[in-house]
Design a protein around this ligand. Structure first.
Ligand code: SF4
Length: 303
């Protein structure tokens, strides 16, 4: 059984921003938010795994539900785990405001604040909310780190690296809204070359994401089970990577093997492995709805 060390809880799919690169389609119009009661239940389920060390709260934007977030961090710390938050810091228009927002988190023992610090999230210098939030966190003794994503652009690797052909720089992962918004003008590779999953340890995951609907995600939109229907410990103990309908083929030969396993039509070229993988999964949802969910991860508006 995979020995999970971290859970990343998507406290809400809602966000004040609607970034082009967001791979969970965060937006003010998204639907799905965890309650304090659900988080309490989830943490009790997590305890049964016996291997958890840290819980992250992310989204969407978790600070949109401030009271729920604060109480959740308190509950995580009461169980003896480390606690972290990923945020855009939209709530930090000035130093004083940032300190006021963060002080209660010092009282409950928050360990880490990870701030999205890039133009997508309104960062444009030392006085922007992400910088002010990071400075306030440091002042209060909370560990901070920055997540900086640049718009993707074609770059040529330095001589001696690769084949000298343009690659895509910037750090965007081509899943979710990035696939709908950021592909134009980027170099592509033939689909037959995309034979690995470069970013997730599908065979032995150290972390999973759990969303407000209860879905446990191996990678965003690839589901292992639902914690509101089946305990997390059972979901993880019954995960056999090679037998999972989606991760099995991905492990065997990346998106190429997934396309062949389901005999699904696709394009001739893609920007990278994640672009191919996400496009295939979007096409396959009707064939494997249990494993490719929920609508939120595939940008399907609520009807
Ligand atoms: S190839 Fe697929 S499973 Fe692997 S990281 Fe990319 S989107 Fe996720």
């Amino acid at each position: 059984m995979a020995r999970l060390r971290e859970l990343h809880l998507l406290l809400t799919y809602q966000c004040t921003f609607e970034c082009d690169h967001c791979f969970v389609w965060g937006s003010p119009f998204q639907v799905g938010t965890m309650t304090v009661g659900q988080i309490r239940d989830l943490l009790a389920q997590a305890e049964k795994l016996g291997s958890i060390e840290m819980i992250y709260f992310e989204g969407g934007e978790p600070f949109m539900y401030y009271a729920t977030l604060l109480e959740s961090i308190r509950q995580v710390k009461a169980r003896g785990w480390r606690a972290g938050i990923v945020t855009s810091a939209y709530w930090a228009p000035a130093r004083e405001d940032a300190l006021l927002a963060l002080r209660p988190f010092v009282d409950v023992g928050l360990d880490a604040l990870s701030v999205s610090d890039d133009a997508y999230h309104g960062s444009n210098g030392e006085q922007s909310p992400p910088r002010l939030a990071s400075q306030a966190a440091t002042e209060l003794g909370i560990g901070t780190s920055a997540i900086s994503i640049e718009p993707p652009s074609p770059t040529v690797p330095p001589s001696g690296e690769g084949k000298g052909e343009p690659v895509v720089g910037g750090g965007v992962k081509f899943r979710g809204r990035a696939v709908a918004k950021l592909l134009e003008g980027l170099p592509r590779r033939l689909w037959q070359e995309l034979t690995t999953c470069p970013y997730e340890d599908l065979a032995d995951p150290m972390r999973v994401h759990i969303d407000p609907l209860g879905f446990v995600h191996l990678c965003q939109g690839i589901v292992l089970g639902n914690v509101w229907a089946r305990p997390l410990v059972h979901i993880m103990s019954s995960y056999v990577p090679s037998a999972h309908p989606i991760s099995g083929p991905l492990l065997e030969g990346g998106p190429v093997a997934l396309a062949r396993a389901f005999d699904v039509a696709h394009e001739d070229s893609y920007v990278d492995e994640c672009h191919f993988c996400y496009d295939l999964r979007d096409r396959l949802r009707c064939k494997a709805p249990e494993w490719l969910a929920p609508d939120q991860m595939y940008g399907v508006p609520e009807s």
